[in-house]
Design a protein around this ligand. Structure first.
Ligand code: 5GP
Ligand code: ZN
Length: 112
């Protein structure tokens, strides 16, 4: 499958790994929008939030268990933001479900 993040997960495209478990991979965004900008993804290919269902939602739960661990390891003691862009209107560019973990500075209070 021609998926950028699947290639990053399998290692054929390099990335700066920050966390890995059996089902979750996290790496630094190539174009960081904050001092800490990590992408947290399921190893399983799920195209977007629209593809989450009863069969794969446990993988999404794994991501949400990983996020506080990554935030702590990254020193985000003063808070952080988690964003997932889904589809056209949200400007999703990579069609493999991912969660942006952003922090390390005061983020804008406007989300959109
Ligand atoms: P989206 O716009 O789909 O929510 O987010 C995709 C993110 O992937 C963007 O923030 C973009 O900078 C990041 N990205 C795109 N290509 C690469 C890559 O090859 N390596 C890494 N580490 N991040 C990438
Ligand atoms: Zn994929």
């Amino acid at each position: 499958m021609d998926c950028l993040f699947c290639k990053i997960i399998e290692g054929s495209i390099p990335s700066k790994k920050v966390y890995e478990s059996g089902s979750v991979y996290a790496f630094r965004d190539i174009n960081p929008m904050a001092p800490v900008h990590v992408l947290v993804v399921p190893k399983m290919h799920i195209p977007s939030m629209d593809g989450v269902n009863a069969e794969n939602s446990a993988r999404v739960a794994d991501i949400f268990e990983a996020i506080p661990k990554i935030a702590e390891a990254e020193g985000l003691t003063n808070g952080y933001r988690v964003i997932s862009n889904c589809g056209e209107d949200a400007c999703q560019t990579v069609k493999h479900l991912h969660f942006h973990l952003l922090g390390g500075r005061k983020l804008p209070d406007q989300m959109a």
